[in-house]
Design a protein. Structure first.
Length: 253
């Protein structure tokens, strides 16, 4: 939990929730870190120049709990999530915070899985890791996956990577520009990851949102200040610096 130095009694107090997902956002020894976290906290600072705003807490939560919190409480700032038709009316959408595109990955040391489409995986006897309750989970179930037990629920990508390298999964979805570094950071040989098929239907930017019933003036101020920081290059600079340094530190190259 991270507390703003401003007093909690401020007229507009926000609660920030997200899932640990380096290098977008993660808990770095009790302090939020990552290019999305840095971007959104910079937005908070700019909004403070216009409105009396304080951050009551900054919590890293399991995905389902973060999603539920952002649906049930006012003035909750939540990121980074995909904008889907199912979620459209559940939040106040603020702006994009990260590019996002996933592949299903296998280990190069295992027999090659050769498919052209996601649907082609359905007829194969594969154990496919998928975040329980996530956007991809819903998409695969709509395609008809899950009936034969080929979907294996996982908490997050850390668990998915671990299970893949331990031979408990055949495929795991990972963000393209983060996959190798994510494995290296957990002590595995990231060079063994081999992309199998791109999840094209879900390749879209991740967003920041406010919960419904949030202060309308606050919502609009965040939208405007996010746009300003994107236009002046702040986001692109932060994204490039943290992504590149994280990759180098994780894999040593």
């Amino acid at each position: 939990m991270w507390h703003s130095p401003q007093v909690k009694a401020a007229s507009r107090q926000i609660h920030i929730v997200t899932q640990d997902f380096a290098p977008l956002q993660w808990d770095n020894n009790g302090k939020p870190d990552g290019y999305v976290a840095d971007f959104m906290l910079a937005v908070v600072d700019r909004v403070r120049e216009r409105l009396p705003v304080s951050v009551g807490s900054f919590d890293f939560l399991p995905w389902k709990r973060a999603m539920l919190t952002a649906q049930l409480e006012p003035n909750v700032l939540f990121f980074s999530l995909s904008r889907t038709q199912e979620r459209e009316d559940k939040f106040e959408w603020l702006g994009e915070v990260s590019p996002y595109g996933q592949y299903f990955y296998q280990l190069e040391s295992r027999p090659a899985i050769a498919v052209d489409r996601i649907e082609d995986l359905m007829s194969l006897k594969l154990r496919i890791g998928v975040q329980d309750g996530g956007n991809l989970h819903s998409y695969l179930e709509q395609l008809g996956f899950g009936g034969n037990g080929n979907l294996v629920p996982i908490t997050d990508y850390h668990q998915g990577i671990e299970m893949l390298y331990l031979g408990r999964l055949d495929l795991v979805p990972l963000t393209a520009f983060l996959a190798e570094a994510s494995a290296c950071r957990m002590g595995y040989d990231g060079a063994l990851l081999k992309p199998v098929v791109f999840i094209e239907a879900l390749a879209q930017p991740l967003w920041a949102v406010f919960s419904k019933e949030s202060d309308p003036e606050l919502v609009e101020a965040f939208r405007q200040e996010m746009a300003v920081l994107r236009e002046n290059g702040f986001f692109d600079k932060t994204f490039a610096e943290i992504r590149d340094s994280w990759q180098k530190l994780a894999c040593g190259r």
